[in-house]
Design a binder for this molecule. Structure first.
Ligand SMILES: NC(=O)c1ccc[n+]([C@@H]2O[C@H](COP(=O)([O-])OP(=O)(O)OC[C@H]3O[C@@H](n4cnc5c(N)ncnc54)[C@H](OP(=O)(O)O)[C@@H]3O)[C@@H](O)[C@H]2O)c1
Length: 300
């Protein structure tokens, strides 16, 4: 199979692309620079130079492939529209990458009770409304002859397999800890996030590409952890005593930006990957975020 992957030089897209190559598929990857092109070529991926704003190029690359994995940007509506329009009536798979911060509750570090499985209805906060609208647009294209799916990963950890090997949240919090001399969370840090290892997530993408019915949405998780415990693990990994420090809402916004502070670092995002397990036989092998932090966040 020939698969077009956006975000091919990134953490998720690169890891999925590498796994597809490993499984013997042909992979064409969108990259933004010749240097990134060389990096992905070294992994056996054929680079296509362009950006998500090049609608014609995206449409052509999608049409010339048997399937698309879109992992460059959860929010870029125009790119999604270009590829879906090109694929209409083709029956080809289009797998869109969103994120579980769509259910983020702006709790500013306080614990939250709500747990969402794939069928739990919700209305997103204002900062995630556009992202959820993109997800819904993708799912609706199942009625236009595209085998669409949305994967919403929770906090991803572990070393990626592509050119860029680091995830977002743990490295970002570890960098902040180094800068501050103490690991820092928003408020009390008792807010909870589900998490998933990159290798298990990649396995889910391959299963979705192969077997998902049109119009299905999947959370990806295998366990959950509070931001406070995560920061304690970062502290210990840096050789400190596990002590952490809370940030005020204003400090968090100044540090992370308003959207990430509200919907990622300070929120609860508790999801359950019920459909992936039930429909696709997905059986994640990793459940050791804190042990992984001991390796990822350690200096050097
Ligand atoms: N990592 C997580 O824990 C996580 C969890 C849930 C959801 N997500 C979402 O999944 C998506 C990918 O995340 P990631 O962790 O893989 O991020 P990443 O490592 O930064 O990868 C993003 C990739 O997309 C490319 N890209 C971004 N904007 C582009 C544009 N306008 N045109 C062409 N290429 C573009 C980047 O290219 P360059 O290499 O040139 O920068 C990079 O290759 C994001 O929307 C993120 O919010 C991530």
């Amino acid at each position: 199979m020939k698969v077009f992957v956006t975000g091919a030089s990134g953490y998720i897209g690169g890891s999925v692309a590498a796994a597809l190559r490993g499984a013997g598929h042909q992979v064409v990857g969108l990259v933004r620079s010749p240097q990134k092109g060389e990096q992905v070529r070294a992994l056996g991926i054929e680079p296509v130079l362009g950006t998500l704003d090049d609608g014609r190029l995206l449409a052509d690359a999608a049409l010339a492939s048997d399937a698309v994995v879109h992992a460059a940007d959860a929010d870029h509506r125009a790119a999604v529209e270009s590829m879906l329009a090109a694929l209409a009536g083709s029956g080809k798979a289009f797998v869109h990458t969103s994120g579980s911060s769509i259910v983020g509750d702006q709790a500013w570090g306080e614990p939250g009770e709500r747990i969402f499985d794939d069928d739990t209805p919700f209305e997103p906060g204002p900062g995630r409304a556009a992202r959820v609208a993109v997800n819904r647009r993708v799912l609706a294209a199942a009625r236009e002859g595209v085998r669409t799916a949305v994967i919403s990963p929770s906090l991803i950890y572990g070393t990626g397999r592509g050119a860029h090997r680091e995830s977002i949240q743990v490295p970002r919090l570890a960098a902040l800890a180094r800068k501050s001399g103490v690991a820092r969370h928003v408020g009390s840090g008792e807010n909870l996030w589900s998490n998933v290892h990159i290798d298990d997530l990649v396995d889910l993408y391959l299963r979705v590409l192969k077997d998902a019915p049109a119009g299905a949405s999947y959370y990806a998780e295998n366990g959950e952890c509070s931001m406070r415990r995560l920061c304690e693990a970062i502290s210990r990994a840096l050789g400190w005593d596990g002590r952490t420090q809370g940030m005020s809402k204003q400090e968090a916004i100044a540090e992370f930006g308003e959207g990430p502070a509200a919907y990622t670092y300070g929120s609860n995002s508790r999801v359950r990957a019920t459909r992936a397990r039930r429909e696709l036989g997905w059986s994640p092998r990793h459940d050791a975020l804190l042990e992984s932090i001991a390796r990822e966040a350690a200096p050097g």
